[in-house]
Design a protein around this ligand. Sequence first.
Ligand code: SIN
Length: 537
Amino acid sequence: MTVDFLVIGAGVAGLSFALRAARHGSVLVLMKGGAYESNTAWAQGGIATVLPETQCFSGDSIESHVADTLDAGAGLCNETAVRTIIAEGAATIEDLTGYGVDFDKVGERFQLGKEGGHSYRRILHTRDTTGLAIARALIETARQTPNLTLLEHHVAIDLITTTKLGAVADDRVLGAYVLNALTNEVSVFRSDRVVLAAGGCGKVYLYTTNPDSATGDGVALAWRAGASIANMEFIQFHPTCFYNPGATGPEARSFLVSEAVRGEGGVLINDKGEDFTKHSDPRGSLAPRDIVARAIDRELKRTGADCVYLDVTHQPKGFMRERFPYIHETLLKYGLDCATRPIPVVPAAHYQCGGVVTEVNGQTGISGLYAVGEVACTGLHGANRLASNSLLEGNVMARLALADMLCHCAPGKPAPLPPPIPDWQPGNTAEPDELVVIYHNWDEIRRLMWDYVSIVRTDNRLRRAAARLRNLGKEVREFYWGHRVNADILELRNLVTAASLIVDCAVRRKESRGLHFTLDHPATEERFRHDTVLRKF
Ligand code: SIN
């Protein structure tokens, strides 16, 4: 199959791109699972945006949003990217409301929430299911858009580039090998404009707020294709994932309690009822996430407790039900009335701040290949993402990526004839009868990343993780080449690559900055004020 635009992933970035691109050519969007299995659909908080006073009451300014973003990013943001993305906030809200997203309002003006690290109320939201509201609006619109096909249960195996096919003159993307996860058949999807919008890699860690689909597919595909990857050491841990030890099923294990709850007065306390976060930062529970997550980690180690608590019991009666109905209901389902009892919480892996090196318009080093949203590293987040900046980034990048493509590789513009694309070679065609190997390795990667490469790191732990991942990578490669591919093997292969990229970046950063904290190098050092860039070739 040949299409004008091939999009891998269907969160806010992929769908925002697809809906616009469909006005210019045929678009195919590949989704690993169902349409709603994305980080976007799970996002609770909202979109940080500065709007004119006619649309909201805030006293806020673009300069203040830029300053907060740079402050959270701990010296590693690309200020040009920050300014470009933040300046596009109003256009993003117009774009999304145009698709039918219904942000909460008070009267005629948008209601603004507050989150950690923000100097003003500036988070537009739809109660506490903002991501779902956005996903629903985009998916519903996409389903009715001519020229746009959403293909569920299709997993990209590898990108096809001229370089991989042996051409040396130019490095261009030609499409992808794609597995139909229902039939296990592999096809070639040809396109000279490919958009990676595959999200992040939270499932690399044992505890995460991400859905099961977040297995680092985007960075792994880009890395194997030869794109540069940067700043993977900066994995953001969300401070408040519901601690529910007996739970089974992804929702119960990964349930996020939005930072917006702290924005509305929720306070983190230990089991003695003390507000321990104040010892780390005067902003207490509303300090940026890296600080709060480390404060919790320290408190858990100091007290030996399994969790800390998010206390909202002082809120007026009915407040949680009204402002955070999804969180309130879900906690009730697990037997906790947060109006009367503090919520047990622990930090969990939440967001990948690094990724595929791109311009702010998503352009990678491979011609025709763009990466947008969480998978990309534009420099917006630097060493730590400011809460609720990422849905904004996804939408803005999608619009800029299309504009760039239409300038530089408009459909029909002649390109040198590519080498012929070989059919998929299934390798040694044995069926994967040893699934236990996959599950064992999957589990081992997630545990070792949690134990050795999470909130607090050391040289020794990183060395151990690197050694184990080298062996696991070898095993997974042998398994991959020795068996007919299926979705589980592909995810495991991507997971081990993403984990290795995180560790490879982390061992290079011999300082502590933003989300990367190591006991062996606790200071922030000027000589390390640069991105950690990994190049394959
Ligand atoms: C949250 O609701 O706490 C998540 C918001 C974000 O990660 O941007």
